[in-house]
Design a protein around this ligand. Structure first.
Ligand code: NAD
Length: 355
């Protein structure tokens, strides 16, 4: 059993802890939290030993009736691997703590790529993490783009990718974020940082990205244009390749899923924990071919798509399963893949092919 400590128990940390607990070869040895809020109460109710990230605030946990198992230092010492899911920039400050205890660690996409030896996506470069001690699981957007681009890159080659990222203003618990009533170029300059971040996974990929922020907490939506090096036979060939990817859900027309809101409703109906959608959600009707130019739209659930990637990165560090073995085990234990949408054809795509 790989003993996993989670340092930073917020949006990503709590999900990673639950996903780790679902694995047959891992256990959660504890979670470190800074403030004794409702999420900390949830951690104790879930049965996770809670450690204080900040010793000076340990008394606040006692006042809230939360028993502490110790300080974060002890958690790191007792863990085989630490998943650092603290806010952006804090992970880099924590690295000396992990080095001090000789404990391998994962960092998240809010950290600069220099925080770790490898930037990680399970579909693309699992093997590169096998010899590493420190790995950065790339951000939600970079994870979503890497999964989408991988089968295109491998099968057709990519001359140039252009992506516009329409990003949620904040997560549901981020009450102070915005915009409230606007659509904001973010950043105004082009390219946004997302393209260079994708290049930490695909170093030779030519990609430009443009970012905006809009008033929703649901999901990010990407509009993607990829100029392929080699032309596919037809659009259904692309659709079928995307369908066969384990962490891509292609949404057929009949389903009536017309946006991020219906996607979240679908996930809740399907009984997904917290309404999470670990897969990229690609609208089949949006997949369009003009010669070597491919167009498409996909939605990315920012709170959860990196969760299976963290689980796989833990295994990559420990080196006891191959990438495909780990992905398959993670998918099976979490229930990745909405089989209820399988087996239905998409009328619009069939029309495109007939044309
Ligand atoms: P969050 O604010 O929801 O959670 C961070 C947690 O860490 C909170 O519980 C906070 O109290 C705690 N914390 C703060 N300082 C700490 C410290 N010094 N030591 C230990 N814990 C501390 O943040 P998040 O959204 O989960 O983001 C975590 C990381 O994951 C960031 O790098 C972020 O960029 C990345 N990420 C976030 C998302 C997303 O959409 N939320 C998606 C992908 C990646």
């Amino acid at each position: 059993m790989i003993r996993v400590g989670v340092n930073g128990y917020g949006t990503i940390g709590k999900r990673v802890a639950d996903a780790v607990r679902a694995q047959p070869d891992m256990e959660v040895c504890g979670v470190a939290k800074r403030s004794p809020n409702y999420v900390a109460v949830g951690a104790t109710e879930a049965g996770y030993p809670v450690y204080a990230a900040d010793d000076d605030r340990a008394h606040e946990f006692a006042a809230a009736g939360i028993d502490l198992a110790g300080s974060v230092d002890k958690l790191v010492a007792e863990s085989d691997v630490v998943v650092d899911a603290t806010p952006s920039g804090v992970g880099a400050e924590n690295r000396p703590l992990y080095e001090h205890h000789d404990t391998p660690a994962l960092f998240q996409g809010g950290e600069d790529a220099t925080v770790a030896e490898v930037s990680f996506n399970a579909r693309v470069n699992y093997d590169e993490a096998e010899d590493a001690d420190y790995v950065r699981v790339v951000s939600c957007n970079t994870t979503g783009l890497s999964r989408f681009l991988a089968p295109l890159y491998e099968n057709y080659g990519i001359e140039k990718a252009r992506v516009t990222l329409v990003r949620r203003g904040g997560d549901p618990d981020q009450t102070g974020r915005g915009p409230i009533n606007d659509a904001v170029p973010d950043p105004i300059s082009i390219p946004s940082h997302h393209g260079p971040d994708v290049q930490t996974i695909f170093p030779k990929l030519d990609i430009d990205t443009i970012g905006l922020k809009v008033p929703t907490t649901m999901m990010h939506v990407h509009t993607v244009n990829v100029t392929l090096e080699n032309e596919p036979d037809d659009v259904t060939e692309i659709r079928d390749r995307l369908r066969s990817e384990d962490r891509i859900l292609t949404i057929p027309e009949y389903a009536g899923i017309d946006g991020a809101g219906t996607l979240k409703d679908f996930a809740l109906d399907a009984g997904r924990p917290r309404g999470d959608i670990w897969e990229n959600c690609v609208w089949e009707e949006s997949i369009t071919l003009r010669g070597r130019d491919l167009y498409c739209m996909q939605a990315i659930h920012q709170e959860s798509d990196v969760v299976p990637e963290n689980v796989d990165a833990i295994r990559a560090l420990s080196g006891h399963l191959t990438g495909p073995e780990s992905r398959s085990l993670t998918n099976e234990t979490l229930g990745i893949g909405f089989s209820r949408l399988d087996g239905r054809e998409s009328r619009t795509l069939d029309r495109q092919t007939a044309d």
